[in-house]
Design a protein around this ligand. Structure first.
Ligand code: TXA
Ligand code: MG
Length: 337
């Protein structure tokens, strides 16, 4: 299949992308978090193509993208007061809520669950495409399942060129990690995946918010609240280890490891003396770390790294999302010094 490359700056290209989506095709679109692989969420055959292109397990449900609360009504059967409060506070933006699914959305889109995860992105191209398509779009991250999420259109090309109808070329994603996911179907709201909307911001609206064990730890056993959490995720090909330590102890630990790539922060870069080091963020600017994270993980593959050590970020604010993604990239290998 020839994958068309559209330009977000051209109005005709947005219209062409929307036409493809309305007629059952799949298009990679930018959002503020990561690039998404979109299809009409009402078209089961189109959504099957998304699962196939990514190599995604069938029981891992997709997030539905709407252009506002009015469209939300077309995909969920009940909008609670809490949901309205969340939408008013966090939309448009990197926030996804899990609500009861309406039967117009095929169960297979939502991994067979009777719930649907919905978000309203803020990125202007994403909004223009949803509006032009006129239907909510199911869109997981536009990467091969298991590999680091794409934050540039070139990342999407590297994974999916030749496998999908089109890619919309736009700027790199400003947030860089996937949306915060909160379930609103249980007795208490529950954080399933951390993102740029932080626990502190969520608690201001949802004081009884619970944090799922998979947010900071390994999914243990039984039924995952969010099926995506049980799969291997965000991993480069090399063996990666996370090191929790202060800057001096981190430098001491990694400086004799010349067989590995060291992922460090800008503030400590001078004290890291190994041959291969990558600055993946800044301790004083956690938003920048989030924005750069997935490109750094992909860089490890481009360097053909065999082994890597990454300095753990602080878990506060958006740092929790970075930590959560790194835990998975490291398959939970973490050394605390
Ligand atoms: O920022 C994002 O959310 C990006 C962009 C493209 O919008 N999308 C994204 O999709 O990250 P994906 O498919 O890579 O991750 C979706 C996550 C998975 O962990 C999945 O298990 C969870 O959301 N999820 C989806 N529907 C769910 C549901 N009904 N109940 C619980 N978890 C759900
Ligand atoms: Mg993903």
């Amino acid at each position: 299949m020839k994958t068309q490359i559209f330009n977000a700056k051209n109005k005709e290209d947005i219209t062409a992308a929307a036409d493809i989506l309305r007629s059952g095709g799949v298009v990679a679109i930018p959002t503020e978090t990561v690039y998404g692989l979109a299809a009409s969420c009402l078209d089961e055959t189109a959504v099957k193509k998304v699962f196939a292109a990514k190599g995604r397990p069938q029981d891992n449900p997709l997030i539905l993208h709407v252009d506002g609360i009015k469209m939300l009504d077309t995909v969920v059967s009940e909008i609670s007061d809490k949901a309205i409060m969340c939408a008013n506070t966090f939309w448009p933006g990197p926030f996804t809520m899990v609500l009861p699914r309406k039967s117009t959305v095929p169960a297979s889109v939502c991994g067979g669950l009777d719930t649907a995860a919905v978000r309203c992105p803020s990125q202007s191209t994403a909004r223009a495409v949803i509006a032009a398509a006129g239907v909510p779009l199911a869109a997981p991250s536009a990467n091969i399942s298991g590999s680091p999420s794409p934050t540039t259109w070139q990342h999407v090309c590297a994974d999916l060129d030749g496998k999908i109808d089109a890619i919309i070329m736009d700027k790199p994603c400003s947030v860089g990690v996937e949306s915060t996911v909160v379930s609103l179907v249980g007795e208490h709201p529950r954080l399933l995946r951390p993102g740029a909307v932080t626990v502190e911001q969520l608690r201001a609206v949802l004081p009884d918010l619970e944090i799922d064990e998979a947010v900071t730890g390994k999914f243990a056993s039984g039924k995952a609240s969010s099926p995506g959490m049980k799969y291997k995720h965000y991993a480069p090909k090399c063996e990666m280890h996370m090191i929790s330590a202060d800057n001096a102890a981190f430098a001491d630990y990694v400086n004799n490891k010349n067989d590995a790539v060291v992922l460090c922060f800008e503030e400590e870069a001078e004290s890291i003396t190994v041959k291969d080091k990558l600055v993946y963020g800044s301790q004083s600017m956690p938003e920048l770390t989030a924005q750069r994270l997935f490109d750094a993980l992909r860089e490890l593959d481009r360097m053909c790294a065999k082994k890597a050590y990454v300095h753990a970020p602080s878990k506060s604010g958006v740092g929790l999302a970075v930590y959560n993604r790194l835990q998975r990239a490291c398959e939970f290998r973490e050394i605390k010094l």
